[in-house]
Ligand binder design. Structure first.
Ligand code: SF4
Length: 678
């Protein structure tokens, strides 16, 4: 049983302290540096966790400077003892931020502290998923086909493919929309490195091999969990310490990553790949695409799950067509066609999973789809979303405890976030996180410690919370305009008012991609504006930092931990709270107990999770099945002070005049004592 101890905050381990001294190496490298006791205490707790090979839950409120707190002990250990570390954070943008801003400074400061030349410091690298890299083979296939990459895209990519040294989408010097990039990006489903003639110069493998050797590797949670699902086959974590930043989102990412999703886009993508590699499959792929369009269209009206007999009428046709494609690929004389059999078989397996007898460990639902391209009635493509099938792993605790932790059996594991604890005052605790991550059970002798940092940011003096009391969509909106569009138009108008007062410099966070698209049509403030999807997340954040008065409109991927120092972001607009809003189920799973044969979806632990590198297939047991709507959530009274679902302790107003005064004076009205919205 893992022991539970409070960190004392005393000087048990002074190793990282020197780096944070007022006249120390960090101060010499960071403009406006000030020593924060909270930061030093957290660094000590992290150092102790590495030393003990334990597990640390650390709540570090905004302003603690948690990145330096965990990087300093990790880098000092790498320099002194050659110990390696893996840092996982929520998004690509945060990976880039750590790589370009935090790690170089802390690395240089650590070398300086130890009296070593900075240029001989640690090797550090970001590791990204393969879909971020141009695949030579797929690029050639697409050129040969001459279909999607027409116009300026084709020649632009051809030039870039020759010039680029990384093949990383982030380094593109012209915009390539996501759907086009997917056609040429590396994909594990059809990558056969042993027979690929581009293998020697493959951008993805070169990136992976280089990153693998670094002392400090930065991944994101999706890649971390993909590695868990593959049993550690994507990268070798052996002997490394693990730091999970933005750990409050880990259980959600885990729940999705180890669940399943079947969408029209996924079927269409698989069929396009099959068509490219096998002429014998073409007739079947066309049939499957047509059946998929019908099937996902029918889901709108028929969301019954867990029973083949109640499935939409086109389910059987889709299933048969996918089976025919799979057989055609398997029987094709070309190896490159055979390689795709697994991709189609997994798709078919996942589709069947939703109509088999429901399994206790998953929650199922028909959800609103993402925008995906499909054939329009008069040719061309249309991007209107179709509903999708989605399943979530309910009990993430066992997956974390038995799938992830053993991969880091030789190192310490630190989980940190500004909002990892729930509750407030004396009731602030990690009980919710411990439960969701399975940390109350046996951990093979590892000690779980807790660190509750104190509040650092002065919300009362430096922040004003404006609560809009508008009534939503205007009543005089034109007839025939959908409610969601009218709501977006009304929200965009109010956001424009706020952005006018802040002089731009704003991040507008919306609850869905659909809302972003609606804003794109109506949001028009007199400042430079960019929207999620216009470019890669990292480049959009960079644009925001560098563009005077810039306004960035995006969804939850920009919500977590995007660090824009200074005044480049002086206003954050959120369209809806609680935030983020889970994908709206339009229909949840039907009650269990119906006839059918169940099989775990392809991404689920039952099939692909291994108990350790090269270990035996593991079939864990999970708790009772719940609908998505009843997934365990922290009760409202237990939410942490900094939890995004609860407002920060700042003065509250509903007056635009007070907002105007705040931006003019630089502080909230002095007579404000109320710190919560009514
Ligand atoms: S090895 Fe795989 S990812 Fe690399 S070029 Fe070949 S097919 Fe593409």
């Amino acid at each position: 049983m893992g022991a539970r101890e409070r960190h004392s905050g005393g000087g048990e381990q002074a190793a990282p302290d020197g780096i944070f001294a007022v006249d120390g190496p960090l101060a010499a490298r960071k403009a406006g540096y000030r020593r924060r006791p909270e930061q030093v205490e957290l660094a000590r707790a992290v150092e102790r966790t590495f030393r003990e090979r334990g597990v640390l839950l650390a709540d570090a409120p905004t302003g603690t400077g948690k990145s330096a707190s965990y990087l300093a002990p990790a880098i000092l250990r790498a320099l002194r003892a050659g110990e390696k570390v893996l840092v996982s954070t929520a998004t690509l943008a945060l990976q880039n931020q750590l790589l370009t801003e935090d790690v170089p400074v802390v690395s240089a400061a650590s070398s300086s502290l130890l009296g070593q030349p900075e240029e001989e410091g640690i090797a550090y690298s970001v590791m990204k998923g393969r879909r971020n890299f141009l695949c030579g083979q797929r690029h050639e296939d697409t050129l040969r086909e001459g279909t999607l990459l027409d116009g300026k895209l084709g020649p632009g990519l051809e030039r870039w493919a020759v010039e680029t040294e990384t093949g990383d989408r982030e380094d593109l010097d012209f915009p390539v929309p996501a759907w086009a990039w997917l056609e040429v990006a590396s994909d594990g489903e059809d990558c056969a490195p042993k027979s690929c003639r581009f293998r020697d110069g493959c951008f993805y493998y070169a990136h992976r091999e280089k990153a693998q050797d670094a002392d400090l590797v930065i991944v994101n949670h999706a890649l971390l969990l993909a590695n868990v699902a593959s049993g550690g086959n994507i990268f070798d974590a052996e002997g490394r310490h693990l730091i999970i930043d933005e750990a409050h989102v880990l259980e959600d990412v885990m729940s999705e990553a180890l669940g399943a999703r079947v969408s029209y886009g996924r079927v269409r993508y698989a069929m396009r790949q099959a068509k490219k590699k096998s002429e014998g499959a073409v007739a079947h792929t066309d049939r499957a695409e047509m059946a998929a369009e019908l099937f996902f269209g029918e889901l709108e009206a028929n969301g019954a799950l867990g029973d083949e007999g109640a499935a939409p009428g086109s389910y059987g046709t889709l299933k048969d067509a996918l089976l025919s494609v799979s057989e055609a690929l398997a029987n094709d004389p070309k190896e490159e066609a055979n390689n795709l059999t697994g991709m189609v078989a997994r798709l078919l397996g996942d589709l069947r999973f939703f109509y088999s007898e429901p399994e206790d460990e998953y929650a199922y639902a028909v959800v609103e789809g993402r925008r995906s391209f499909r054939r329009g009635r008069k040719g061309g493509v249309t991007g209107e979303p179709l509903p999708e099938l989605k399943a979530w792993l309910v009990d993430t605790g066992e997956a974390f405890r038995e799938g992830l932790l053993p991969l880091f059996g030789d190192g310490g594991v630190v989980l940190t976030s500004a909002t990892l604890a729930t509750g407030s005052g004396e009731g602030r605790s990690f009980s919710y996180t411990r439960g969701r991550l399975g940390l109350d059970g046996p951990l093979g002798g590892r000690t779980v410690r807790e660190h509750l940092g104190s509040e650092v940011f002065d919300y009362a003096a430096r922040c004003l919370l404006y609560v809009d009391e508008g009534e939503g969509a205007p009543r005089d909106a034109p007839h025939g305009v959908p409610a969601a569009e009218r709501e977006a138009a009304a929200g965009a108008k109010r956001a424009e008012d706020l952005v006018a007062l802040s002089g731009g410099r704003a991040l507008v966070l919306l609850s869905t991609s659909r809302a972003v698209e609606a804003y794109r049509r109506v949001f028009d403030p007199p400042f430079p504006v960019r929207f999620q999807g216009d470019d890669s997340p990292g480049r959009l954040v960079r644009w925001l930092k560098e563009t005077e008065g810039g306004v960035l409109v995006g969804t939850r991927s920009f919500w977590t931990g995007v660090d824009v120092p200074g005044e480049a972001v002086s206003l954050v607009v959120i369209d809806r709270v609680p935030f983020p809003v889970p994908t709206t189920p339009s229909s949840s799973a039907s009650p269990s107990g119906r006839a059918g044969t169940g099989s775990a979806p392809s991404r689920c632990p039952g099939r692909r999770w291994r108990s350790g590198r090269g270990g035996t297939a593991h079939a864990p047991r999970f708790g009772p099945r719940r609908d998505r709507a009843s997934r365990p959530q922290a009760p409202p009274q237990e939410l942490g002070q900094g939890d995004p679902r609860k407002p920060p302790p700042a003065p509250v107003t509903s007056s635009l005049r007070e907002v105007e005064s705040f931006f003019r004076e630089g502080h909230p009205p002095e007579d404000r004592t109320k710190t919560r919205p009514a």
